[in-house]
Ligand binder design. Structure first.
Ligand code: ASP
Length: 637
């Protein structure tokens, strides 16, 4: 599918001459042995200064690199006097002669390490206070709130600067690949009406229409579908999305998605393009990181849950879940916990942790605690020693034969540890799935940390039962299509769509929905949309939406669907997560220039902050406090 022109993969594409300005002939990363003998002017920050009396060494840094400058008092007393005044992080401009370093003093770790600049003209462009943390110590541990408060200094540090460059390459490659495949980049507005993605909206009061608000987009979902009705055919956008959620983990209130939508496609066509695109983009952004398997493995949701206990399986190692239920298909196991679970429709499943048969009681207790925290009632374990003898808490219930059969079915070898959970199907899968990932990573089953292991998970359930609301909720977005074979399941047992029930056929319908997964993280998700008005009305009715409610929420899209909508589908991929994974980071804040804290604060700009009273007055607002929350009332207008 890829006849697109090859991408330029060099990390730094800008010719050095283009970066020359009145302040510099070269960047601080440009000079090489071949430049010895020329005169050059450099500008940058003083990374380090070493005063040897007669000689002063300045390591001059910009984002392109570091060059050593040496100023000899004998050559130029005035330059030497200026250099003796500079301190770390002063901004200076130095002119001098490029010279090869003396034999034995080259620095092989610096690309410019074969030369130095013998400075004879030093100008201080600006001074700096002593920074609150070391900028020239790559391994220094610095409190994150300090880094966020002084983010502009943090970004001067090599690691952060490198990650922003990687992210820039990622986004550039995304743009290039999409253009090469006939996509049109369209910007959609940020002041819109609510477009639900399941989170709370950020709202912006309107001054021109007092009493009314805009919502910031949780995603451009409806707008991109409208662009398909508009005939754009293939749309993409590097889109900022806003979701007012409690910020658990590393979520951010605003984040960036690669959002795309395509017309005249089925599920296979979207997945094929996205896969090609993702491979091309990764190769351009991180050419050294191998992609584990191409084409990407595909799992149905059911299969992923069955084998990995997760809808975002980490395929960098095996350790799959094993179903132990068939062992006791004919006769009970003799262990109540297993037998009760199976009798009430639950599952008994295991994982085998290789080489952990020697686990201590303390380690096993710790694993049991963990399993309980994940929601299990308990954790059963069987430790196989090096000669195959089994230690276990349940030996007395299963008997030697029962233990042997269990160990054999689990596929455990001498030296392995078998962990078993017996619970409701969802709990069993989830707990073992989480233990699998934690242990797999902890015991080093990920052999090559560079590998990028992608897969697809599709055919998710269309709906999940919302017991509180007494209705079916879309598991993804309310426009997701249904598998053609399952279309007839979009109904209720009662036959009345307004009277749903948890036993309805709708609960078995599978969606034309797909997630792309990278190294155990959900990188993105999307679907083929329902574009037929009758089917959409049926799906909305199951979701408890009245005709009027639908019009209120999705009026523009529903009306547009009366004017010839093409079949269409798309996906959105989290760019922050993608960049973080490519940069070996587990926290997306590490690849965002100016992220917010867990409480949604920008420590540098000190946002959010109370509004100006005049703004309140203009908007016709008054702050009355939040019930149950001790919020200091800002001044009112
Ligand atoms: N708008 C969806 C999301 O943000 C993605 C999609 O279905 O295209 O998750």
């Amino acid at each position: 599918m890829t006849d697109a022109p090859p991408l330029d993969r060099s990390p730094e594409r800008t010719p050095a001459t283009l970066l020359a300005t009145p302040y510099r002939t070269h960047t601080c990363g440009a000079l090489r042995a071949g430049d010895a003998g020329i005169t050059a002017r450099l500008a940058g920050w003083v990374h380090r200064r070493r005063d040897h009396g007669q000689l002063i060494f300045l390591d001059l840094r910009d984002r392109h690199g570091i060059t050593q400058v040496v100023i000899d008092k004998a050559d130029d007393p005035e330059a030497h006097a200026t250099a003796s005044r500079v301190r770390s992080e002063f901004v200076v401009c130095v002119e001098g002669d490029v010279a090869r370093r003396l034999d034995g003093t080259e620095n092989p770790r610096l690309p410019t390490g074969a030369i130095e600049l013998r400075g004879h003209d030093v100008r201080i462009l600006s001074e700096s206070k002593t920074p609150p943390f070391y900028i020239n110590e790559p391994d220094a541990t610095i409190d994150e709130s300090l880094r966020l408060r002084y983010r502009y200094l943090d970004i001067r540090r090599e690691a952060m600067a490198g990650r922003l460059l990687l992210r820039s390459r990622l986004v550039q490659a995304i743009r290039e690949v999409h253009h090469a495949h006939g996509f049109v980049e369209v910007e959609t507005p940020n002041l819109i009406k609510s477009t639900p993605e399941g989170a709370r909206d950020f709202v912006v009061p309107s001054r021109l229409q007092p009493g009314s608000v805009y919502a910031l987009p949780q995603s451009p979902q409806q707008l991109k579908q409208l662009l398909m009705v508009a005939g754009v055919d293939r749309y993409f956008q590097i889109a900022r999305c806003f979701r007012d959620e409690d910020l658990r983990g590393d979520r951010q209130p605003e984040f960036t998605q690669l959002d795309l939508e395509m017309s005249f496609v089925d599920e296979g066509a979207v997945m094929a393009f996205v896969e090609t695109m993702v491979i091309e983009v990764c190769r351009a952004a991180t050419p050294d990181r191998p992609i584990a398997v191409e084409p990407f493995p595909r799992f149905t949701y059911d299969e992923a849950m069955e084998r990995f206990g997760s809808d975002k399986p980490d395929l960098r190692f095996g350790m799959e879940l094993v179903d132990l239920g068939p062992l006791w298909a004919d006769a009970p196991s003799g262990f109540r916990v297993f037998d009760d679970a199976l009798a009430s429709g639950g599952r008994v499943k295991a994982i085998v942790v290789p080489g952990k048969g020697g686990a201590t009681r303390k380690e096993i207790d710790e694993l049991t605690e963990r399993a309980k925290r994940f929601g299990a009632k308990g954790l059963v374990w069987l430790a196989v020693d090096d000669v195959g003898a089994v230690r276990s808490s349940i030996g007395k219930f299963l008997g030697d034969d029962g233990v042997e059969r269990l160990v054999a079915r689990a596929g455990a070898n001498p030296g392995d540890l078998v962990l078993v959970v017996a619970d409701e199907p969802g709990v069993t899968a989830d707990v073992l799935g989480r233990l699998r990932v934690e242990l797999g990573v902890r015991i080093g089953l990920v052999r090559d940390p560079e590998v990028l292991s992608f897969c697809w998970v599709h055919r998710f359930p269309m709906y999940q039962w919302d017991a509180e609301g007494g209705r079916w909720d879309a598991t993804h977005n309310p426009f997701s299509g249904v598998l053609p074979d399952d279309e007839e399941l979009l109904t209720t047992t009662s036959g009345d769509l307004s009277k749903p029930d948890p036993g309805d056929p709708a609960g078995r319908a599978r969606a034309l929905q797909y997630d792309i997964v990278l190294n155990g993280w959900e990188l993105g998700g999307g679907s083929i949309r329902i574009h037929r008005r009758d089917l959409l009305a049926r799906s909305f009715a199951l979701q408890g939406q009245s005709e009027a409610g639908m019009k209120e929420k999705f009026g523009a899209l529903l009306e547009a669907f009366e004017y010839g909508p093409p079949p269409h589908g798309g996906i959105a991929l989290g760019i922050d997560r993608w960049a973080a994974l490519l940069a070996h980071q587990s926290n997306i804040r590490e690849v965002m220039a100016f992220p917010k804290t867990q409480s949604g604060a920008d420590l540098m700009l000190e946002a959010p902050s109370p509004p100006d009273p005049a703004q309140y007055a203009e908007l016709g607002l008054r702050f009355v406090g939040v019930p149950g929350r001790a919020t200091p009332a800002p001044s009112e207008g």
